[in-house]
Design a protein around this ligand. Structure first.
Ligand code: DI6
Ligand code: FE
Length: 387
């Protein structure tokens, strides 16, 4: 998947893998002589792509929200759901009540579903603890996912996800007295690869997010932001001003925000699972992002409320059907641009020097990956050169 052809496709290709990395890729007829006699794995006429990368997930959390899903479909109002203990705070309560082992055990089946579709790298956020101990416990469980399974885990600290009930009237105090000290503690423990926030009327405003980002910058950590999901607060512009890796959701992003992201090289992470689950009708400004050359990634946003989704293939289909991405953009969105959204330069493409993280598919054309609904054509998943 390099070169100029659509998808960078090479027919009758060979990939030389040495240890955990790709050493050479090209037409089989041009394979350098020094690989003669090496062990060969013949995948026939199957398609090989970079392994998939899920660049935005909340797979570590306690409990689920199926009961609230059912209540709403039986006619309960938002208020009734909230009074019955539903919504994001029900996940905070269930996560606070869960041990690190519980959190890990609950996350692994979700991760396994992703792995079964050829995912070899996943971002995992904190943000359902909203207190020091639980945020740290979530991040420790996230790190352990990468020890328990053959998958690379990249963590994001999302202390600024929601205002916890005990700080309902004092969101600024939550940011200064809990969120920021927790970020420092998590960083000191080596648990944080990036810092995220939720910039929204129901969460934190740009001034509060900026306080968290200032600390991230001081610690040398990259930032990213849930921005413009339900309204436009200028979150993407703020994120871009900090050189953010990505701005995520962005249904309500405007032209200024797109220009700011283009200028900063900030990736647009599109989350069609949340769009679908929330019956959103405002589509992200795909044409503007294309025109301005903003790289677009696609991710599951796997979370118990707005996107209980553990399929990147379905995410690709939704990206095409709901957002009108091309199948080629969808594939780039879960490979090359997903890697970029995580700041990874050694993943997401098939090229010499990259990690040998590959997916082999029982399809004849790459468009089939996004085209089918609820079908998994994965043949072989290769993680760091190993099946
Ligand atoms: N945006 C979302 O869609 C989720 N978090 C966020 O920042 C919702 C999380 C939840 O409802 O549990
Ligand atoms: Fe999210």
């Amino acid at each position: 998947m390099t070169g100029e052809a659509p998808y960078g496709l090479i027919n009758d290709a060979a990939i030389a893998v040495e240890g955990t990395a790709i050493a050479w890729v090209g037409a089989r007829a041009s394979l350098p002589g020094r690989y003669a006699g090496w062990p060969v794995k013949d995948f026939g006429d199957r398609l090989v792509t970079p392994a998939l990368i899920d660049a935005h997930t909340h797979v570590v959390f306690g409990g689920n929200r199926a009961a609230e899903f059912e209540m709403r479909l039986n006619g309960a109002t938002y208020e009734e759901v909230a009074r019955a203990g539903g919504g994001i705070l029900s996940t905070v309560n269930a996560t606070r009540a869960a041990s690190e082992d519980d959190l890990l055990a609950q996350a692994l089946p979700r991760v396994d579903a992703l792995i079964a579709e050829g995912v070899t790298c996943i971002e995992i956020k904190s943000g359902y603890g909203l207190d020091v101990d639980t945020e740290l416990r979530m991040l420790r469980a996230a790190r352990r996912v990468g020890q328990e399974r053959p998958i690379r885990v990249v963590t994001s600290f999302l202390g600024a996800h929601a205002v916890p009930p005990e700080f309902k009237e004092w969101p600024d105090s939550y940011i200064d007295d809990i969120c920021i000290p927790t970020l420092r503690a998590a960083h000191a423990e080596g648990l944080v690869d990036a810092v995220d926030g939720f910039c929204e009327g129901i969460a934190f405003d740009p001034i509060q997010i900026a306080r968290v980002f200032d600390v991230a910058q001081g610690l040398g950590l990259p930032v990213k932001l849930h921005a413009e999901q339900l309204s436009n607060l200028g979150g993407a512009r703020l994120a871009a001003s900090y050189g953010a890796l990505s701005a995520d959701h962005i249904e309500y992003l405007d032209a200024d925000g797109v220009a700011a992201m283009a200028g900063a090289g900030t990736v647009a992470v599109l989350l069609p699972g949340a769009f679908y689950t929330l019956h959103e009708t405002q589509v992200p400004p795909i044409d503007l992002l294309r025109q301005q050359g903003v790289p677009m990634a696609l991710a599951s946003d796997c979370n118990p409320g707005s996107s209980p989704l553990t399929s990147l293939l379905l995410t690709m289909n939704m990206g095409c059907t709901l957002f009108r991405l091309t199948p080629e953009e969808a594939l780039a969105g879960v490979t090359r641009n997903a890697a970029r959204a995580l700041g990874l330069s050694d993943a997401g493409t098939i090229a010499a020097g990259q990690r040998a993280d590959l997916a082999v598919w029982d399809v004849t054309h790459p468009a089939e990956l996004a085209y089918r609904i609820g079908f998994n054509p994965l043949h072989t998943r290769i993680f760091g050169g190993s099946e």
